[in-house]
Ligand binder design. Structure first.
Ligand code: KIV
Length: 272
């Protein structure tokens, strides 16, 4: 239970996944949460924001991730305009993530303004993860992806958002791109776990976009991204080796070919 991990010595660790292969792979680790984030719009689909990804695309990717996820909690991000219109719309679409795609919870962006949605969803037994601070679906209001809570008023608003989401019934809250001190204070004052991304070490857990961690994300990456490896370089190296070996005919070699070990097969006219 993620909610029970508040103040746990064992921090909550979460990652995104967008397909079956990566889901299956990271689910064999001790990862707690796999999020099918709407960041897939940018990372996997090549859009410049998260706004264009549709509910159908998110459902398709959640189905794929779900097939590979046996152990971690599977959370699906509700895309832009799939929950903002009304409680009814939010319930119908969140229900699809649970019923059709195999998610166990959904994540929605927004604070006080989304408290009613959270109440409506939890009332029909759909667990909700909140998301405040930098909320990428608000890019047209925010102007750019930048750290939030710079002024006292802004910081207080973010804390009020967190408290409102907690009162509405979320089981955890993602804090994205806020000052460490604010995240620490929110974490201390909430009863539900906070999961940080660019919010310092004091949160109850951390989340990263898998492609960023693997060095497959976009450049330049945000300050809070740590590349634990550089698979972009490894991938390019492997592809260049393949190209070279195909062109100089060292691939496929005997080890990677099917051979009947019969010389001059084509000149042999009779069957053995
Ligand atoms: O879409 C996403 O990947 C997210 C996480 C980074 C929190 O919302």
């Amino acid at each position: 239970m993620i909610a029970g991990r508040k103040n746990s010595l064992k921090k909550i660790v979460a990652l995104t996944a967008f397909d079956y292969s990566f889901s299956r792979l990271i689910d064999t680790t001790d990862i707690d949460i796999i999020l099918v984030g709407d960041s897939l719009a940018m990372v996997a689909l090549g859009h410049s924001t998260t706004l264009p990804v549709t509910i159908e695309e998110m459902i398709m990717h959640t189905c794929a991730v779900s097939r590979g996820c046996q152990n971690a909690l599977l959370v699906a991000d509700m895309p832009f305009m799939s929950y903002q219109v009304s409680n009814e719309q939010a319930i119908t679409n969140a229900g699809r993530f649970i019923q059709e795609a195999g998610a166990q919870a959904v994540k929605i962006e927004g604070g006080i303004s989304m408290a009613k949605r959270v109440q409506a969803l939890t009332k029909v037994d759909i667990p909700v993860m909140g998301h405040i601070g930098i909320t990428p679906q608000s890019i047209n209001r925010l102007g750019k992806y930048q750290v939030q809570g710079k002024t006292f008023t802004d910081a207080r608003k973010i804390k009020q958002d967190a408290l409102a989401l907690q009162d509405a019934g979320v089981f955890s809250i993602v804090l994205e791109g806020i000052y460490d001190e604010l995240a620490a204070e929110i974490t201390q004052d909430l009863k539900v776990p906070t999961i940080g991304i660019g919010a310092g070490v004091k949160c109850d857990g951390q989340i990263l976009v898998l492609h960023d961690l693997l060095g497959l994300g976009m450049d330049p990456s945000p300050k809070f991204v740590k590349k634990y490896t550089n698979l972009a370089n490894e991938t390019k190296k492997a592809v260049n080796n393949y190209i070279q070996e195909v062109r100089n005919e060292t691939f496929p070699d005997a080890e990677h070919s099917y051979s009947l070990k019969i010389k001059k097969l084509m000149s042999n006219t009779k069957d053995a």
